[in-house]
Design a protein around this ligand. Structure first.
Ligand SMILES: Nc1nc2c(c(=O)[nH]1)N[C@H]1C(S)=C(S)[C@@H](COP(=O)(O)OP(=O)(O)OC[C@H]3O[C@@H](n4cnc5c(=O)[nH]c(N)nc54)[C@H](O)[C@@H]3O)O[C@H]1N2
Ligand SMILES: Nc1nc2c(c(=O)[nH]1)N[C@H]1C(S)=C(S)[C@@H](COP(=O)(O)OP(=O)(O)OC[C@H]3O[C@@H](n4cnc5c(=O)[nH]c(N)nc54)[C@H](O)[C@@H]3O)O[C@H]1N2
Ligand code: SF4
Ligand code: SF4
Ligand SMILES: [Mo]
Length: 888
């Protein structure tokens, strides 16, 4: 841990007390003291993740002769405590009898009550009908088992911030209640925290209620989003996932999970999992042996040598990404290797590297509990990074932090925000300039920081003159007073922190918008300490890692420029092979090169580009390609177009590491065996390397990680053993370094950070003819599904969200003849899509929003060829469109 990073709020001992005759420090609650003394004090309503209400009274102990609830009583110096006196034993038995009179709990509670001698015969209460409700896809209720400990209510309110539960009635008539009937009509977001915490089985879930016995439990890292939650995967005797819990001791998720990490695992044993290599013969993909498939790829790539490119997978491990780029460079002689960071947070990396020198999140997720003002821009955090979203909600609801949200839509966080800047999509640049202007005019600049660590302030102040909030408002649509208020909140905070998403990056001026976010942080001195910084919420589970490993055309492993001959020499001496000296092509450039006939062969590891890249780029390229290899879990639309399909293994079935959005490298451990006929991706890559003349002697991903540590100074201190526990946040420059929670503490390695003066250059799509294209479309995500949906659609999450939806406001819906729930045709100058209409007041007139999780929607037919000016990221967040009912 770095200096100044001690966890806040750890109780301090105020003397000593005795528990059952043992002397222990008096700190926190009596329950903590009893635990320190090794006393087995029972409790049902307490959990370290929530504040205690003392509802169940089971933790009753005698303190100085008085019976008190240990979980809600502060430990007092000098107190004498007995946890198991005769008097306490009688209390507990009576308490147990009362509980049994009102309910029939299962699980550990039943066992406990029996151990107290409670049999349920002593008191009689009127039996009441026990509502059970199975309307929800996952959650199950048996309220007859409820002992009213209220842990469900506490966890839903305090951890998830969703307020689904309440208790009504008094005394023995007290009942758990959820307002709406059936339960599926409540605002529940299916995080499953209540089912995980309920000690009696009154609230459970479909997984926990399975009858197949559990065989064992494996700690691993979630394979969906970049939060990087730690999972405890309980595996059943049939080698399938039984149920999944969040790891309570993880600094990333502290036991919490979302509906994907906890519940969307059925894909792993889905009958459509690929279970054999496929080779296209006479136009049809047919099953083939591994030997034939590997030999076919080797022969074709040999024939096309010098004209092959590779797309890596941000869903795969660091070790797999490392092998893929090594194969491309050292084996096939090309730097034409890239990954989906290109279509995602590539602009964050470019923008932040230009200003700060490093393109990754400056701070840690734990800092969300430290900041007193969070600026969330272009991120729908509660749906796309739900566990971090819940953490933000909790912090704001507790009054710990102010919240400013910049988003054209009224997202869940926007509803909660102190200020919501609902700008027109595509106008981040003038809005961020007006915020900077306001910070300066309000006198909120940290001049010591600006003087000590930045450059160009004077000229920047001049540059900002035309961007007064009152002037910018005509472009952004945001009332000036809200900009002034947002600047006041961000600028007066002690720890102003930023988190941003794709609403910043997936634009014509994406990288440049990120540079402007950096400017704001520089102005208020919010860099280099806890609770501040600029933090791109990296999307995929391992997109940080894929780029870190060198799946980028211009950087080798650890952001070492491929054009630097000293770097190349060092790596060549480790690899024993030459590395091509000039940077390769980005994904859009590779597509262009395919169309131009310069690339003939493409290897795609775990990306469904046909569904997720703009059709205007990808379709023509795939038509022209002479040989396509796709390594996948499912026969996606991309795999269907391949010449060879190789069946890989999912994160639940293999070993390695993922790096989350706070640069934390964490272990991935196999919970299940790979589906019969498939192989872990790293093994397949090793076979391909050997078959193309680059044999490797790695026996396991652990060996690959050892080479990564050798190749890249940033990761020199990483090893599989050192990653057990909480993992390590890079840079980890040597074998005893404990990782880096905060970047740029005392200096930037670019020296001083330069304020970026970015002119506003509107995207061609912003100014497209309104008469012809009256709406501006934003595309993005929803909670239940993940990107191309190949995994979440093959889980019961499909029942929670059976299709994509076009969000549009009522006025526009009426104007264009659309009705809620019915289909709409959406057309842009580049193509058409079709989706069900969802009328909502969360998008403004003139704007609409569409998800891209279902292939049939064809969302990406609509997207224009406009790219970010510096990072080649497609402009997924702004398309001129028109809409009409379908059929008309
Ligand atoms: N459930 C779920 N979670 C996911 C994913 C998923 O598919 N499903 N995918 C993962 C991946 S790969 C990524 S990259 C992340 C993405 O996570 P996010 O970036 O949070 O997701 P998006 O929904 O694409 O877009 C975020 C927001 O940008 C806003 N926006 C659009 N245009 C503008 C603009 O001009 N200015 C501003 N300020 N905001 C704008 C949109 O209204 C939207 O609310 O999520 C990851 N997590
Ligand atoms: N319209 C629109 N389009 C977008 C976006 C948007 O906001 N709007 N967002 C863009 C963004 S940010 C991103 S990151 C991309 C994501 O685009 P993709 O990377 O294409 O999306 P994923 O669904 O994550 O696809 C990964 C594929 O990998 C497979 N897979 C998963 N795990 C493994 C594994 O361990 N091994 C192998 N071999 N395969 C595996 C899955 O089955 C899936 O088909 O989409 C982009 N597309
Ligand atoms: S699943 Fe989560 S959101 Fe739903 S009721 Fe339980 S705790 Fe609340
Ligand atoms: S928040 Fe992200 S990492 Fe955590 S459980 Fe959900 S999908 Fe997995
Ligand atoms: Mo992404």
């Amino acid at each position: 841990m770095n200096p100044g990073d001690a966890p806040a709020g750890d109780p301090v001992a105020v003397g000593h007390l005795t528990v059952d005759g043992r002397r222990v420090p008096a700190k926190g609650t009596l329950l903590h003291s009893c635990q320190d003394a090794g006393a087995d004090v029972p409790y049902f309503c307490h959990d370290e993740s929530v504040s205690s209400g003392g509802h169940c009274r089971s933790c009753i102990v005698e303190m100085d002769g008085r019976p008190v609830a240990a979980c809600t009583t502060a430990a007092q110096a000098g107190a004498v405590v007995h946890t198991d006196s005769e008097r306490i034993r009688v209390y507990r038995r009576d308490l147990g009898e009362l509980m049994l009179a009102e309910s029939s709990p299962g699980g550990p509670v039943a066992t406990r009550l029996a151990s107290w001698g409670a049999t349920g015969g002593r008191y009689r209460a009127t039996p009441r009908p026990a509502p059970s409700d199975s309307s929800h896809v996952y959650l199950r209720f048996d309220l007859n088992a409820c002992i009213k400990c209220r842990l469900c209510e506490s966890t839903c309110d305090q951890v998830q911030g969703q307020f689904v539960y309440g208790f009504h009635g008094r005394g023995e008539g007290t009942r758990l209640d959820w307002g709406a009937t059936p339960f599926s009509d409540t605002p529940c977001v299916s995080c499953g925290a209540c089912a995980a915490i309920c000690p009696t089985g009154a609230i459970s879930d479909r997984d926990r209620q399975k009858s197949t016995p559990v065989r064992g439990t494996v700690r691993t890292t979630c394979g969906y989003c970049g939060v990087g939650c730690q999972l405890d995967v309980h595996v059943d005797v049939t080698d399938s996932v039984h149920h999944i819990d969040g790891a309570a001791d993880s600094p990333v998720n502290a036991g919490h999970l979302c509906v994907k990490g906890r519940y969307a695992h059925a894909f792993s044993r889905h009958p459509e999992r690929l279970n054999s290599p496929l080779i296209r013969k006479a136009g049809v993909l047919v099953p083939a042996s591994w030997d034939e498939a590997i030999a076919t790829v080797a022969a074709e790539f040999g024939r096309l040598r010098g004209r092959v490119g590779g797309l890596s997978s941000a869903r795969c491990t660091n070790e797999e990404n490392y092998l893929l780029q090594k194969w491309m460079r050292a084996g096939l002689g090309t730097n034409d290797v890239d990954c989906c960071a290109r279509v995602c947070h590539g602009p964050s990396a470019v923008g932040m590297r230009r200003v700060f020198g490093t393109g990754a999140a400056t701070n840690s997720l734990a800092d969300l509990d430290v900041t007193d003002c969070l600026l969330v821009s272009g991120s729908n955090t509660t749906e796309a990074h739900p566990v971090s979203g819940a953490r933000i909600r909790a912090r704001v609801l507790q009054g710990g932090a102010k919240l400013v949200v910049i988003d054209p839509r009224r997202t869940e966080l926007a509803r909660l925000a102190d200020v919501h800047l609902a700008l027109r999509p595509g106008t981040n640049v003038p809005l961020l300039h007006s915020l900077a202007y306001a910070l300066i005019q309000l006198g909120l600049v940290d001049h010591a920081f600006v003087q000590g660590r930045t450059e160009g302030f004077g000229s920047y102040v001049e540059f900002l003159r035309p961007f007064a909030p009152e002037l910018a408002a005509s472009i952004t649509g945001v009332p000036a007073r809200l900009v002034w208020e947002a600047a006041r909140l961000y600028g007066t905070a002690k720890c102003p922190m930023q988190a941003h998403g794709l609403g910043m990056t997936e634009h014509f001026q994406g990288s440049e918008s990120v540079m402007l976010l950096c400017n704001l942080a520089l102005l208020v001195g919010a860099i280099g300490r806890r609770g501040v910084g600029v933090n791109p919420l990296r999307g995929q589970n391992n997109v940080q890692g894929a780029a870190d490993m060198g799946c980028q055309p211009d950087f080798l492993t650890g952001y070492q420029p491929v054009s630097d001959s000293a770097v190349r020499n060092r790596i060549e001496s480790i690899w024993g092979r030459p590395v091509p000296p000039s940077p390769g092509r980005t994904i859009p450039q590779m597509y262009e090169a395919i169309v131009a006939g310069e690339i003939g062969g493409l290897f795609i590891l775990g990306e469904d580009v046909v569904q997720t890249d703009p059709a205007c780029h990808v379709n023509g390229a795939l038509d022209k390609l002479s040989f396509l290899v796709v390594q996948e879990l499912f026969l996606t639309d991309t795999a269907k177009r391949a010449d060879v399909v190789l069946p890989g293994a999912s994160f639940l079935e293999k070993e390695g590491t993922f790096t989350n959005g706070e640069r934390r490298v964490q272990r991935v451990r196999p919970a299940l065996a790979p589906v019969s006929g498939s192989r872990p991706d790293w093994r397949i890559l090793l076979d391909l390397m050997a078959a193309t003349g680059l044999p490797q002697d790695f026996a396991s991903p652990t060996d690959v990680l050892a080479e990564i540590a050798k190749v890249a100074p940033l990761f020199a201190g990483l090893s599989a053993q050192r990653l057990d526990g909480d993992g390590l946040q890079w840079p980890v420059p040597h074998a005893t370094h404990t990782g880096t929670t905060v970047l740029h503490r005392d200096s930037f390695h670019v020296g001083r950070a330069q304020f970026a003066e970015i002119p506003f250059v509107p995207s061609p799509s912003l100014d497209a003819d309104v008469a012809k294209w009256p709406l501006r479309l934003v595309t993005g995500r929803r909670l239940e599904h993940y990107n191309c949906g190949s995994m979440t659609r093959r889980s019961p999450n499909l029942d929670l969200a059976p299709h994509d939806a076009l969000q549009i406001c009522a006025e526009d819906a009426v104007h264009f003849g659309l009705r809620d729930g019915e289909l709409a045709q959406i057309e842009s100058p580049w193509g058409a899509a079709i989706a069900a209409v969802a009328v909502t007041s969360d998008v403004a007139k003139g704007t609409c929003f569409l998800t891209f999780h279902f292939a049939g929607t064809s969302t990406n037919n609509l997207i224009s060829p406009v790219l970010d000016r510096l990072a080649d990221c497609p402009e997924y967040k702004l398309t001129p469109v028109r809409v009409r009912p379908d059929p008309p």
